[in-house]
Every structure is written in C-alpha cells, then in structure tokens.
Design a protein. Structure first.
Length: 266
C-alpha cells in the first residue's frame, strides 16, 4: 500500500485506505457550517425575543404599568442611584437588539425615573449599542449574500444609498415614519460601514430621545390629571401632531442635502 494514502484500521488489524470524501460534499459541509455561524447571532436574538414574550415582559413596557408602579420604581431608583441607571441602560440596549417593540415607552420610563438629561444620555448610548448589535447580526446573516444578488435598478439604488449612507440613514432616524426596527436592519443589506451606521444612528436619534425623555419627565402631572378625570392615559395624549411634524420636517432638511449632493456628483 502506498504510504501517501490515508489508512484506517478495521477488525482483524488490517489497514485499508480511507474512502475519499467527495469534493462536492466537502464544499456543501463547509457552506452549511458557514451558514450556521452566520445565522447564530440572529438565532440568539430571536430566541431572546421569544423568551421575553413567553416570560410576559411585554406587560411591563406600558404606560399603564408605569402609572400603577411609579411609586415603587421611583423608590427603587432612590435606593440604587448608581446601579439603577446602569441596569436601565443594559435593559434598553437588549430591548433594541432583540427588536422588542415600544422602545419609545422605555424612553418615557427613562425620563420619568432619571430626568430628561440623564435619560437622554442613557437612551442615546444604549439604543445605539443595541441597534448596532442587531445591524451586525443581520449583516452577518444576510447582508453580503443579498447585496451580491442585486442587479439593475435595485443595484443602482443600493449604490446611491451607500454613497450617501450617512445622510440617508440620518434622515431615516430623524423621521418617525418607519419602525425603529426596520431602520435598524435595512442598512445591513447594503455595504454600510459600522462607523457610519453608529454615528448616523447616535446623532439621528438624539432629537427624538430628547423629546420623549422630556415628555417622560413631565409624565407625573399627566398621570395625576388622568387619574383625577377617571380616564387612562394613552400614547396619543403624549405624542402630539406638532412633535411628529417637526421631526419629519427636520428629516426632510437632512434628506434634501443628501439629494443635492447626489445631483451635483452626477
């Protein structure tokens, strides 16, 4: 037997050449292993989201719960002035990373518990961190493969987005039109650099975070007024049309700059 051939020992002590693994099968195995590695972060985030719902955590992210438990929550923050903000930031980042809905309600919680200034700082960093984790997971799982398949008009649109990624992403962040989760994931399907994503996200969410933190700080008086009137407080009582219109106009200003830049480049 040639010494260069692989050998294996069978019953009786006789050595036989190992069966060669087909190249096609080896390639399939490597491809499957690669997909498993790429999908693992997304699978972890999805599992965490499912676990949160199964555990009933969504019941605590509501204005109704805040109204019922505001005294206990305030006391908890007073008892743990350093730990409470840290825990809040970690929970906020985790909620954004797993695409837990109603993140803006958590921002109201932050403003109510910590005041508008500290809440703005905590939420801005936590939301950016959580969104970046989701962005990286989505890009690792689907971004590169999907981007390579874009052709024609879609490829041109992708090129335009990538050339003005900061401006476009900033405009999407400023305008409260698309769901926060969708804006977190969409750039993953384009060749957007992580640094661009992080900076545009942090700057773009600041006005909204500041506005909702300010609303949260004044939530106590709104809750008391609702209790006196015998009615429950709803999100529409807090988020006014003027606030929404103002955010959209701010986004349009940024988007206009990106469009003008694109036209000049052409």
């Amino acid at each position: 037997m040639d010494s260069s051939e692989s050998q294996r020992t069978v019953e009786g002590g006789r050595n036989e050449p190992c069966a060669a693994v087909p190249k096609g099968r080896a390639l399939q195995d490597r491809t499957a292993a690669s997909w498993k590695r790429r999908l693992l972060p997304v699978a972890i985030l999805v599992a965490a989201l499912v676990a949160a719902y199964v555990g009933g955590l969504h019941q605590y992210v509501s204005i109704a719960y805040l109204a019922e438990s505001r005294g206990a929550l305030k006391q908890m923050v007073a008892d743990h002035p350093f730990l409470a903000p840290l825990v809040f930031a970690v929970l906020y980042a985790a909620a954004v990373a797993v695409a837990f809905p109603a993140a803006w309600v958590l921002t109201l919680f932050g403003g109510f518990l910590f005041g508008w200034l500290l809440s703005t700082v905590l939420v801005a960093f936590a939301a950016t961190f959580g969104a970046s984790l989701l962005f990286l997971a989505a890009r690792s799982a689907f971004g590169e493969s999907l981007r390579g398949r874009l052709k024609g008009r879609l490829a041109s649109l992708a090129d335009g987005f990538e050339c003005n990624a900061f401006s476009y992403l900033l405009a999407l962040r400023l305008a409260p039109v698309l769901p926060f989760f969708l804006v977190n994931v969409a750039p993953a399907f384009f060749s957007v650099r992580l640094g661009t994503y992080v900076s545009a996200t942090f700057i773009g969410i600041l006005p909204g975070v500041l506005a909702y933190s300010w609303l949260g700080q004044g939530l106590e008086s709104a809750l008391l007024a609702a209790e006196r009137s015998g009615e429950s407080l709803t999100p529409s009582d807090l988020v006014t049309l003027e606030l929404t219109v103002g955010m959209v106009l701010l986004a349009l200003v940024v988007l206009t700059g990106a469009v003008i830049k694109s036209l000049r480049t052409r």
